[in-house]
Write a protein that binds this ligand. Structure first.
Ligand code: DC
Length: 229
């Protein structure tokens, strides 16, 4: 089973993706973490984001691994644990910039497809283009969204908890900037796949969103079973 979860930053994709993967015993793939890994590698190499060929070369040669159970997934870049480093706003912006480069997307999309296909029970993937590009035939597609203010508030509270210095205003501005870039890029912009189930999480708590998603999955499985008989 392949479950796609797309949507803008801060809509709850990764928290809910992890919960679903755990509940359904599926692999959880945080595809944003891969773009963040490439963004960090470019920053560390001191390469200009304008130099697309070099950035693509870095994407090709970087060894990015997601290791561990969904609830404590660790991200490794060339053998080093970068789980904390990739979560800064600076790396978030870098990820958004490198993700607009087609060659980078080609490399990461192929990697994501292989990981999803080779997972014995299937996978939950969260990102921006999962239902539209990576797995257009996914069994279930969700598009999670929320008002920018709600998303910025969540990100800000997360940053406070992790003691990452920031302010609400700065987080809000960065979310808006990232949204703008993610929806306006030419290659695989953030969009709602035609057959996606859209959930606005602005006014819902996690357990409510989780319950809605599980209901969709159960209805879908029941339909698939009845189609077989
Ligand atoms: O989900 P996130 O905030 O960790 O993603 C970081 C950036 O990576 C985001 O600005 C857009 C990009 N991204 C993408 O273009 N495609 C994906 N499948 C996942 C993330």
């Amino acid at each position: 089973m392949i479950i796609a979860i797309d949507g803008p930053s801060g809509a709850g994709k990764s928290t809910l993706g992890k919960m679903l993967a755990k509940e359904l015993n599926l692999l959880y793939l945080d595809t944003g973490a891969m773009y963040r890994g490439v963004g960090l590698a470019v920053l560390d190499a001191n390469v200009s984001f304008e130099d697309k060929a070099r950035v693509a070369e870095i994407a090709e040669n970087s060894d990015i691994k997601l290791i561990g159970e969904p609830e404590n997934l660790q991200v490794f870049l060339d053998g080093k644990d970068v789980s904390a480093r990739i979560r800064t706003n600076e790396v978030g912006q870098a990820a958004s910039i490198v993700s607009a480069i087609s060659e980078v997307r080609k490399i990461l999309v192929e990697h994501q497809r292989n990981l999803g296909k080779n997972s014995p029970n299937g996978a939950v993937l969260d990102g921006r283009d999962i239902g539209s590009v990576v797995f257009p035939n996914a069994d279930i597609k969700f598009f999670l969204t929320a008002k920018p203010e709600a998303r910025a508030r969540r990100r800000y509270e997360e940053d406070l908890e992790k003691q990452r210095a920031t302010s609400y205003e700065q987080t809000f501005a960065e979310i808006k900037e990232r949204d703008e870039r993610d929806v306006s890029r030419e290659d695989s912009p953030l969009m709602i796949a035609e057959d996606a189930v859209v959930i606005d999480t602005s006014e819902l708590d996690l357990s409510e969103v989780f319950a809605q998603m599980m209901q969709v999955i159960q209805e879908n499985s029941a339909k698939a079973t009845s189609n077989l008989t």
